[in-house]
Design a protein around this ligand. Structure first.
Ligand SMILES: O=c1[nH]cnc2c1ncn2[C@@H]1O[C@H](CO)[C@@H](O)[C@H]1O
Ligand SMILES: [Zn+2]
Length: 358
């Protein structure tokens, strides 16, 4: 029997990440240092290890709203240009060190203007940090600009995203509490983005079910779904293992709508108890366009390597599966087609061939 990919080998494999939050991926030591530098008083502890553990314990409370509470501290220390440049630079460095060759990293500019930065200055600082951190490290980063679904300024944020499209912003997203804040609340923003021929992904089907996914796709024209895991509510399994897809699930599969799945984050927010029980196993078997993502590396204490290694453990995935997931992600990126193709043919396929062969 061929050996399953080991964590060390997975780290060396070229990987693609479509769903990662900038304010969910700080190094714990950076949170402490920035808090000291900027006189941020709110941290629960300034011991780096304790703080890391505190974030993860705070995240793993089986509820999205509780999961989101700890972001007040990362956002709290990301209020100056220097802090934003540093956090973005370190994000690029950390992803590159984990073997990620293409990443789309998202953040909500409106959360970073408490100390007087303009929205444009926030975006410029983050883009500068990504450029500095990716330089010479074999990683390309596309930036996603997120609007908070609980706020009422998504049109302005959508315009901000489009304004920076030639500097590295590749799409627009909404995030935050899902229940009670349906995507259609932000229709104006999504229609604007469509009219600009720009890209949309929407957090949908995480803490709320099918209506959220349906609105994201059929009202707001999302090209991809952030999480989308609750699409399983529209799939019926019979005792023999056969699956019947409802109309929405069939639409998602037929149209090859990419699902930005984040198994460990979903365990933390209570979608399921373990990665082995995560619907990603079923959805991949049914050939949905599944991708694997970290969501929040700090809060969920994961890397993309960890996440893939957990899937290898849980579902016995081999190199073919990991390559399939990686190519799914690269095909689904908002980066231009020719560049996606080049990364698939020149980086991903040769990378997996070398690892699988050795
Ligand atoms: O999994 C998630 N679901 C919904 N919202 C999230 C998730 N992870 C992070 N954020 C929210 O997105 C903001 C911008 O990055 C974060 O501040 C957090 O509030
Ligand atoms: Zn997310």
């Amino acid at each position: 029997m061929t050996q399953l990919p080991s964590p060390d080998q997975i780290r060396r494999a070229p990987k693609v990440l479509l769903h990662d939050h900038l304010d969910g991926g700080l190094r714990p030591a950076t949170v402490v240092e920035l808090a000291e530098e900027h006189g941020y008083p709110g941290l629960p502890t300034t011991d780096v290890d304790e703080l890391a553990a505190w974030f993860t314990a705070g995240a793993a409370r089986k509820d999205l709203v509780l999961y989101l509470e700890t972001f007040q501290h990362t956002v709290g220390v990301m209020q100056t240009r220097d802090a934003l440049v540093r956090v973005a630079r370190e994000c690029a460095e950390d992803l590159a060190a984990d073997g990620v060759v293409y990443a789309e990293v998202r953040f909500a500019p409106e959360l970073h203007i408490e100390q007087g930065l303009s929205l444009d200055e926030v975006v410029d600082a983050v883009l500068e940090g990504f450029r500095a951190g990716s330089q010479g490290r074999g990683i390309t980063i596309g930036t996603l600009v997120t609007a908070m679904r609980t706020a009422a300024n998504s049109r302005e944020i959508a315009e901000l995203a489009v304004r920076h499209r030639d500097q590295g912003v590749v799409g627009f997203d909404i995030a935050g509490k899902e229940a009670g804040y349906p995507p259609s609340r932000h229709l104006d923003a999504f229609q604007y983005v469509q009219r600009e021929n720009f890209h949309i992904t929407i957090h949908a089907g995480e803490a709320f079910g099918l209506p959220s996914i349906w609105e994201a796709l059929q009202w707001c024209n999302a090209e991809r779904l952030g999480h989308g895991v609750r699409i399983v509510d529209d799939i019926t399994l019979d005792p023999e293992g056969g699956a019947t897809l409802g109309r929405l699930a069939a639409f998602v599969r037929d149209r090859r709508i990419p699902l930005e799945m984040c198994p460990t984050s979903n365990v933390h927010t209570g979608v399921c108890d373990t990665v082995a029980e995560h619907p990603i196993g079923l959805l991949k078997d049914l050939k949905f366009r599944v991708t694997v993502n970290t969501d929040n590396r700090l809060m969920s204490d994961v890397t993309l390597t960890d996440e893939l290694a957990r899937l290898v453990d849980a579902f016995g995935y081999g190199w073919d599966d990991l390559q399939w997931l990686t190519i799914n992600a690269m095909k689904s990126a908002f980066w231009p087609f020719e560049k996606r193709l080049r990364i698939i043919n020149e980086v991903i396929k040769p990378g997996y061939a070398a690892l699988a062969g050795g």
